[in-house]
Design a protein around this ligand. Sequence first.
Ligand code: GLC
Length: 711
Amino acid sequence: MIMKLENLLAKMTLEQKLAQISQCNAVYLHVGASDDVTGPEQELSLKKEEVVAVGSTLNYSGAKEMISIQKEHLHNDPNQIPLLFMMDVIHGYRTVYPIPLALGASFDTALVEECCEMASEEMVLGGVHVTFAPMVDLVRDPRWGRCMETTGEDTYLNCEMARAMVRGFQKSGKAAACVKHFAAYGQAEAGRDYNTTDISERTLRDFYLPAYQAAIDEGAEMVMTSFNILNGIPSSGNKWLVKELLRDEWGFDKIVISDYNAFREMHIHGYCATEKDCAEKAIQATTDIEMMSACYLQQIPTLIAEGKVSEKQIDEAVLRVLRLKEKLGLLDNPYLYADEEQEMSVCLCEKHREIARRAAEKSAVLLKNENVLPFDKNKAKRIAVIGPFADKTMLGQWHCHGREEDGLGVFSAVKRMLPNAEVFFAQGCDEKINATDCEPISEAVELAKKCDDVILCVGEDTYMSGEGMSRAELRLSKAQQTLIREVVKANQNTVVVLFCGRPLVLTDIIDDIPALVLAWQPGTEGGNALANLLFGNVNFSGKLSMTFPRSEGQIPIYYNSYRTGRPFEAPYGSWYQDMPNAPLYPFGYGLSYTSFAISKPEISADTMKIGESLTVSVDVRNTGDRSGETVVQLYICDDYASLVRPVKELKAYQKIGLKPNESKKVSFEITEEMLKFWTANGKFEAEIGSFTVWISDSSNVKDGVKFSLIN
Ligand code: GLC
């Protein structure tokens, strides 16, 4: 096959090669055939002939359009090289499952893999070849809108989820995953999207880089560079990041694609004085495909003529693109699996809905429950479902082709599940994050008074988090807080269901809330999932994938921080005068309708030789009266090291189910690999010395045991 590609390359002109490494939005490919190319391309100074010449395209409406675009493209391309079709299938193509931050909270990699496999099955029928997922940017700042797209603040959990997502998307061999955004986009200063990231190499390597590497080790076919500057250099033109680290050190020899117009943004950042510089820096960094701008198309010929870039460099980039087209089978069949009829029948089928529903059930987190839940479905006669999101299908910003009308809101789902109950709806207040007044509140309060059970649906709407949706303040709107207080006053048998794409600050209102369920943005089947959870058909098992701060003033706040030399909350200690250091809810926390007891850990030995391993075990018992699942979490601290280590780090977890009064021995193997970090020697290794181990059902750990790593 390589000969075939080399032969193909030999036939191509420079312009045709540059087309292969350029990508524009599909909507302009149709328009490109006529004169009036308007919209972003115009601002990006793409000429009509450039728009139709690209080698790949993104974001279009499915099989029918894909086939039409591909036909039109092949008609214009003398080399008959099909387009690669790419799309943001982040948490579902048409059947939308919970946002990735929620999937992280499921701590269920098998389920996450199943979700991605389902999405992949739907998307290939829609003509998608590459999904711009998984997004694995570690995040410690809930002001950043794209928290929703990550699996949270923990490196180990993000690595596990990244691997599961790549497996799911690529398992069929019919599609490719593109891991993004390389690198450390989630460390945006002040939580403001697209803002600066400035990180020491050790922090990068210990926390921010492993999940990208995990996705690549799992076989991700593509990497997308990020918008941000990383230590002063925009990622798309960052030679250390892409050429030296990703390619030379990690051995990644597949496609690197820029983010949307990120080449030209290197000019805006103040890194490249001209678009020619943008093209030169990008190709020297070995970023292959330019998304939604034309620096390569318009500037590379000059750079080659000036001897600043060689055509061989272009050939290497083009070959990486052709290899993926060939690997996916595109060169043999330009339409692959695109099938409009199949797409319609498979999308939203019951099997896919069941997967999405199970994911929503397993990722919801029960944060508080003062004898309110579960509601008794046999007794519930009159149920009030109140709030701005009481009957909305909460999909999440990256819902691809998902539609609100594909699903049910909580109100409709409860009505359908309990046909004999009287279920009432009240809007309660406006949904905007800064809404102050809530006109219809009296209607909501009166309704609450006359009902048995009350479900209050508040938080953020789908578009209030996601790309470009950072927030400086994370509290519920005054209107929503008023609504909660007044409704709870009217009826204590109230649960607040919180929809959000990021941790919010609930400190002002939490004492007024008798029961609190974190639903995240649960997707197409979210309403049905919540009905099952609230009425006890299913038990909660989710655990927080991100810390919930007590205040914006604590941010960045995350569980695996460093101890400091004054770890005490008093004058001259590392503290705040006006509030505790502790968050409102910690990473790894979540309640259940039952309770679990975890014994003190037993360790197989108190020393471990380099290259050997230890076993640590606990007994877990279900001490309540309902079956349930919990996530047993293993945390380790390297007590003293050449570079100070976090007070604890998640190194493994097991999600287990137990019947009432059932107990199970849960064991973990402690390996040298778990103890490695980027040491003062500038390499990834474990150091001899003492370690502390905890096993817990959240990052609030106690009863640690010690062991020593010895030579
Ligand atoms: C966006 C996002 C990126 C996405 C791309 C294509 O700006 O940053 O995550 O994949 O453009 O839609």
